[in-house]
Design a protein around this ligand. Structure first.
Ligand code: NAD
Ligand code: MG
Length: 401
């Protein structure tokens, strides 16, 4: 590879869906680094989108000069218009405009919207093709078959951004795929790793989002505290790498330095290590297959001292066991799991249910909707997602009464 290949990667046109979130701002940090270190014109931006943080979106647009800025909440159109008056940046508002932004020409689309709300924009980006830097795991958990079909049709290249999957993507030998025995994702264990069940039952939203190693959005932080995040990630890995449940595993690794281990038939296990900083997997995705610079923290093994591992406790963290059973059950169980979990986490963050209520709300919903056959039709998947949200919402109302 020569310098001009690297330069081609640095001049890719980028769209960021969910630019104001944790992954979105880290993506802009990697782009800002390339512009400072390499060329002020590096990574020209086609579109930035956000849901409600209109001030944040406008500030990003002024600093990074996208062609288009989109706010998902239509009521904020006027405010975005005022904030960007005279800047020469096209603006739009509403969920359809987010989808249209995803469909515009960009060589890399960072899908960093949170939740199944990212599904339709992600599919619009996939249909257009190019590199899809996929941070949003809920869309692939909710609609794995729809997503995989869409990728097959468009020949888009999906680069996982979720750190464990990005790590797997780097250490998996796709030419020797038949000899992959096992892919093991690591889990930090979250803020409640050593808490008793009784103590966890009284956990507040503030405690749940205070992750020891990673700084992330509220929803994924709660998922990390319940270990649902690791369960969603096993389902994500199943779809991304076409691996069956019995070749996927999770292990707790409190230091979050090893992100994934791939074991081969000859007894070798290859691991990926990096400091817990999302700007590393983001840089891998933006530059792939080249390696570009990133301002991320560097690994200091001597400072880390020890790397330790323990089995995930599925008794204290029943969400992990529930997600694993949905992975094994297949059908539409992962869709129901994801939708009910989004509703339950939202209710927990809003103070309407306790931490220990999340798993029963999701588990009861999965049971109530058991046995739905797989659908590769988007409308059918969205209908099941909607039904699960309705059932979980009713359960929460009963709990809160
Ligand atoms: P976040 O809550 O910090 O940001 C979410 C972004 O999505 C924001 O820009 C928000 O404006 C936008 N958004 C929210 N609801 C929307 C809607 N209905 N329509 C359109 N846009 C909407 O979340 P995050 O932590 O950046 O996570 C984003 C995704 O990446 C999640 O799916 C998460 O699981 C995944 N992920 C995050 C991390 C991390 O370190 N934060 C790591 C791995 C994977
Ligand atoms: Mg992850």
């Amino acid at each position: 590879m020569n310098l001009s290949d690297l330069q081609d990667a640095l001049w890719r046109r980028v769209t960021i869906l969910g630019s104001t979130g944790s992954i979105g701002t880290s993506t802009l940090s990697v782009i800002g680094h390339a512009r400072k270190e390499f060329d002020p014109a590096a990574f020209p931006i086609e579109a930035l989108t956000a849901q409600s943080n209109v001030e944040g979106l406008a500030a990003q647009a002024k600093a990074f000069r996208p062609k288009l800025a989109v706010i998902g909440d239509e009521r904020l159109y006027g405010r975005l218009h005022d904030l960007l008056a005279g800047e020469g940046i096209e603006i739009a508002a509403g969920p359809q405009s987010v989808i249209q932004a995803a469909a515009r020409g960009a060589e890399v689309t960072m899908v960093a919207i949170v939740g199944a709300a990212g599904l339709e924009p992600a599919l619009a980006a996939v249909a257009r093709g190019g590199l899809i830097a996929l941070a949003n795991k809920e869309c692939i958990v909710a609609a794995g078959h729809v997503f995989r079909d869409a990728v097959k049709r468009s020949h888009a290249t999906v680069i996982p951004v979720d750190s464990e999957h990005n790590a797997a993507f780097q250490v998996l030998d796709f030419d020797q795929f038949h000899s992959v025995e096992r892919v093991t994702l690591t889990a930090s264990g979250g803020p409640f790793r050593d808490w008793s069940k009784e103590r966890m039952a009284r956990a507040t939203p503030e405690q749940a989002v205070a992750h020891p190693n990673w700084s992330m959005g509220a929803k994924i932080s709660v998922d990390s505290a319940t270990l649902m995040n690791k369960g969603l990630e096993l389902i994500e890995a199943h779809h991304l790498f076409d691996l069956p449940a019995d070749r996927l595993d999770a292990v707790v690794h409190p230091q979050s330095i090893i992100h994934c281990l791939v074991s081969y038939a000859d007894g070798s296990t290859l691991a990926h290590l990096s400091a817990p900083d999302m700007r590393t997997p983001i840089a891998v995705a933006l530059g792939w297959p080249r390696r570009i610079g990133s301002p991320s923290q560097r690994l200091d093994l001597a400072a880390a001292g020890a790397l330790t591992f323990q089995e995930a406790d599925r008794d204290r963290f029943p969400c992990l066991a529930l997600a694993e059973s949905c992975l094994r059950a297949g059908g539409m169980a992962p869709t129901v799991l994801n939708a009910a979990n989004e509703v339950a986490v939202h209710a927990f963050l809003g103070g309407r249910i306790g931490f220990a209520d999340i798993c029963p709300v999701v588990g009861d919903c999965v049971e109530a909707m058991d046995g739905r056959a797989i659908s590769t039709n988007l409308d059918a998947v969205l209908a099941i997602d909607g039904e699960a949200r309705e059932i979980a919402g009713q359960a929460i109302l009963r709990l809160a009464a």
